[in-house]
Design a protein around this ligand. Structure first.
Ligand code: 9G3
Length: 574
């Protein structure tokens, strides 16, 4: 492709709205353009990257036994009413009506549709297992779309649905997908971790998220360097370390004046105690019901765990004046003792506390020598705290690391969650009718493209992994006015094309420096420079985008050599 024909509208400046580097670079390098918030156009280079990603995904899905479909984006409300989810998803669902006033949505996901189709067409165990997938646009009306492709309202997802006879079959499909995902993200050149995403009722591994490690990631994971333990911090189980408390005798409770001392740090400094001797009490509204969460002063509450244990849909901190009205004290002076009519949910470590400090439910006062079990009885005790870096790995004891991640894929064991209500059953060998056992598996294709840029860039621009680069090679003739140089460069260009190399020939009448800057911004993996030395010494300058130094190679046999270099580099992404 000649750059005089290639439509790559690069930008000199970064648009102000772009906050993260992948958004900035994909805009500046001419890969995407925003239409409206959260809705993007993929320009030619952007589309080429998508095509590479989709090809890798297709190869691995097909290898795992998947069969590709095209499912409808416009989905009738009726099937969402049947699954009971039409009302569940409120404003996030793009809804529309047809000319007859019938209700539809733009598909945010396809469990209902695919189960609807399978229930009509599958009825015998002989037809299972079945792995069906698509790669298609999804629509979710995010309240605040941001970070470019990382959180868009229209995005490209691969979603596969597995249909098995039983739990055993599902485990096999799940395992196949787990392996396929690991291969996919490896082939895309991503640094990623598969993390436990749901402890699952019976503790089985019901769901894993594939996280591309990146500082802008909205997810936080904890992982172990020594073994393969990794978990989304939302569900990472905290082990209760029986604190090295000296077995103290319980002392009589007493009120102490702590004027203007509200935070854990202030109270601990004022009273000269360690934070792990303090009970932090936080009031929440769980679906409108006031509850108190208790946790040790040196720990962080994990709201996801609290919400999961309470099984509520909405959970947020009670507002200040409500707190004052109910307890008589402002936040910072709340405590579990004497808190009437408010259920107390304590973290596992709270019962081990002896002679602890807690708010007195009276402004300006705290209580000393509070003893759980004597001075208050928690309504329930469960794992509520946020696991921290440095804590022992639950598998091997090594200190855990913490990192941000971009969720680029997730795999779920659905069981009969959809097949039961939607009546997707099959007849087994004994002629018994049984519900089909399902799994679902997504990859955010457009999000993966942005994640790759988050991980692979420098101050000059994008550094595409060769496996997903829009083109593999760019040839820069130093000057197109020098006829000999230009002709040499053009011959090399045709030789590479004939070898099947994806090559761009920069035939514009521009300064060499500007061509280098643009080639580095766009992130072509390999750059060849044909200049005066090519004619005098018969050499061409060759530089990998991911390396600092440039090498000089003989013009003779160069096309084959470049082809060989590309083949070697692709080995990294097997
Ligand atoms: C909706 C809306 C948003 C949604 C969903 C439904 C997320 C929804 C979860 C999933 C789970 C799996 C199939 C592939 C693998 C992931 N956001 N989810 O179900 F109506 Cl508006 O999508 N879906």
């Amino acid at each position: 492709m000649r750059t005089s024909e290639l439509w790559v509208p690069t930008l000199r400046e970064t648009p102000a709205e772009a906050e993260v580097v992948s958004h900035k670079l994909l805009l500046r390098a001419g890969f995407i353009r925003k239409t409206v918030a959260g809705i993007y156009t993929y320009l030619p280079l952007g589309r080429r990257v998508l095509a590479k990603l989709e090809q890798i995904i297709r190869e691995e899905m097909d290898r795992a036994g998947g069969q590709e479909l095209v499912l409808p984006i416009v989905q009738p409300a009726e099937i969402w009413q049947e699954s009971g989810r039409w009302e569940v998803y409120g404003e996030e669902m793009f809804r529309l009506q047809d000319r007859h006033g019938r209700h539809f949505c733009l598909g945010p996901t396809h469990e209902e549709i695919i189960t609807f189709i399978v229930r009509n067409e599958v009825n015998s165990y002989k037809q299972l297992p079945l792995l069906l997938y698509q790669i298609q646009n999804k629509y979710r009306d995010e309240r605040r779309p941001r970070f470019g492709l990382l959180r868009a309202r229209e995005f490209i997802m691969k979603d596969l649905y597995s249909f098995d006879r039983d739990q055993k079959g599902l485990k096999e499909s799940y395992q196949k997908m787990y392996q396929a995902y690991s291969r996919i993200f490896g082939r895309c050149g991503l640094k990623f971790r598969a993390v436990q995403a749901d402890s699952g009722a019976i503790g089985g591994d019901y769901s894993h998220e594939f996280m591309a490690l990146a500082a802008v990631g909205e997810a936080v994971i904890v992982y172990c360097r020594q073994c393969d333990y990794a978990a989304n911090i939302e569900i990472a189980a905290a082990n209760t370390v029986e604190h090295d408390f000296v077995a103290e005798t319980m002392l009589p409770i007493k009120e102490v004046s702590t004027p203007e001392q509200k935070t854990v740090a202030e109270v601990c400094a004022f009273l000269g105690v360690r934070p792990d001797k303090l009970i932090k009490t936080m009031l929440y509204e769980a679906d409108g019901q006031l509850i108190a969460a208790l946790i040790r002063g040196d720990r962080e509450l994990n709201e996801f765990k609290l919400q999961k244990q309470l099984g509520c849909r909405e959970l947020y901190l009670a507002d200040q004046d409500k707190v004052k009205m109910i307890t008589g004290a402002p936040a910072g002076y709340i405590g579990p003792v004497g808190l009437k009519g408010i259920p107390l949910y304590a973290d596992l470590e709270v019962p081990y506390l002896v002679n602890a400090i807690a708010g007195a439910n009276r402004e300006g006062y705290h209580l000393q020598n509070v003893n759980p079990g004597r001075d208050f009885i928690p309504d329930a005790v469960f794992d509520l705290r946020q696991v921290e870096a440095g804590e022992p790995c639950p598998h091997c004891g090594s200190p855990l690391e913490k990192a941000e991640g971009i969720e680029v894929g997730q795999i779920f064991q659905l069981g009969t969650k959809y097949s039961e209500p939607l009546g997707a059953t099959y007849t087994d060998e004994q002629g018994q009718e049984r519900p089909i056992v399902m799994g679902c598996y997504d990859i955010g294709v457009s999000r993966t493209m942005a994640a790759a840029v988050e991980q692979c860039h420098d101050e000059r621009g994008i550094i595409w992994p060769l496996s997903i680069a829009p083109y593999q090679v760019v040839i820069n003739p130093s000057s197109i006015r020098e006829h000999e140089q230009y002709r040499t460069a053009e011959t090399l260009y045709h030789e590479l094309l004939n070898l099947g190399v994806e090559v761009v020939f920069d035939d514009r009448d521009e300064r060499a420096g500007m061509k280098f800057v643009e080639a580095d911004l766009i992130g072509y993996p390999l750059r060849l420079t044909v200049g005066k030395r090519t004619l005098v010494q018969g050499t061409v300058d060759v530089k990998w985008r991911h390396e600092q130094q440039e090498t000089t190679l003989p013009r003779e046999g160069l096309a084959e050599r470049i082809k060989e270099m590309l083949t070697m580099e692709m080995e990294k992404y097997r």
